[in-house]
Write a protein that binds this ligand. Sequence first.
Ligand SMILES: Cc1cc2nc3c(=O)[nH]c(=O)nc-3n(C[C@H](O)[C@H](O)[C@H](O)COP(=O)(O)OP(=O)(O)OC[C@H]3O[C@@H](n4cnc5c(N)ncnc54)[C@H](O)[C@@H]3O)c2cc1C
Length: 441
Amino acid sequence: MSKTIAIIGGGLSGALVVLNILKQSNRATQILWFDAKNAFCKGLAYSTNEEVHLLNVRASNMSVFADQPMHFANWLTQQKLPFSSQDFVPRTVYGQYVSSTFNELKESNTLVKIICLAEEVTAINKKGNDYRVSSNEDYQVEQVVLAFGNYLPAHPRSIHSDFQQSNRYFQNAFSSQLLKHAITQESILIIGSGLTMIDVVLSLNKHQYKGKITAISPHGYLPNAHIENSLPAISSYINEQQTYTLLQLFSLVNQQLKYARANQYSIHSVIDTLRPHLQRLWLGFSLEDKQQFLRHLRHKWGVARHRTASQSMQVINELLNAKQLELIRGRVYDIKSSVTGFEVQYSAKGQDNYLNAAILINCTGPESNFEKLAFPLIKQLLRDNIIRADALKYGIYASENGQIDKYLYTIGPPLKGILWETIAVPEIRLQAQQLGLMLVR
Ligand SMILES: Cc1cc2nc3c(=O)[nH]c(=O)nc-3n(C[C@H](O)[C@H](O)[C@H](O)COP(=O)(O)OP(=O)(O)OC[C@H]3O[C@@H](n4cnc5c(N)ncnc54)[C@H](O)[C@@H]3O)c2cc1C
């Protein structure tokens, strides 16, 4: 008997689940694959057409299949594209790679039928052992995967809120309207100074933007760049049998950093060595440790962990040196909007300051608190207790393998509160492989 699986979300997470079902299923299966934005295989990260938006991971670690690590690098060679496995490839090329892998495999398993539906799912209800998934129509399915991905950032805190309605304010830094509106303006303020800010600045620069760009964030940190020809890596210092408190781990990392500096080892390797252990370490922390980490260390961690390609950072440094780009360490507390732009008030070094900008771009990072999301589906799922927020309110409560209920699962970014390290390809491809197996069993 055939079964039907609904996958809600067409981005990378949804795509990798589909690919793994295709590879692993040996019974008749129908997949209803939904994406509200018709962004199948690409989602938010890989829909960009900008060549300057690069992957922040080398090609050698971006295969869609955990058990075929060179799959992406080999695809690049087959396509005769001018990139090696050590390169940071444009994200638009990566989107083509995921689409091409899907197109190649979609007919490979005659037992699996995939129906792509470019529709927003607005409700999911339990019906006995099954689910009813509602979009333009109602569909009865046996299993559901919530692959919602990343949501837009929350609006910046401000006494006044009318700026939110201005067509000069961009909550979505990847909006197709942004360049059109921004390129002729004299001043742009970006709230946030992480990887999304870097993407925006690179696009503006590529399109010959000549005005002033200011980026503001409470800590004023810029992401680190990957180092070319780096020093040797330190060896692993995590005992796989041991759980650590946050304090123990913090001291250990600091010791290793000191050791690496004193002995000419790569400082980045101190962080990279942690990567394969992160989910287990996070699961071993108490709730209080997790809260302490989020309160005091999250930003520092983000800078150390989420690195940008060195060629991207070179452009950022040139713009900083030319003073076209300015980075302010400050906290925005009010945004007043007028027909010509915004007056933004912020505190910095204990003092109140203000600046004017014609365009305002929100690069503060995705909203992860599901209780604050206004989407009909999320509201309904919470209201009907089909999902609930995790204890940290960083995503959806689920078991560590993404199971929410017997036949309801999630993957990728919604598992941030449970696993912390769950938003990048190396983690998502492993989750998709395991989830694929659970679904076809
Ligand atoms: C800008 C950016 C750059 C990144 N760069 C890298 C990188 O270089 N290397 C790396 O390893 N990782 C990178 N990542 C991280 C990682 O690849 C992404 O987090 C990953 O693509 C997440 O995919 P996703 O499918 O979970 O989410 P998304 O790409 O956000 O896709 C989710 C999809 O779900 C759909 N959806 C949501 N709700 C509904 C609904 N109710 N009905 C129908 N459809 C719905 C949305 O329309 C969306 O298309 C990057 C992330 C971003 C945002």
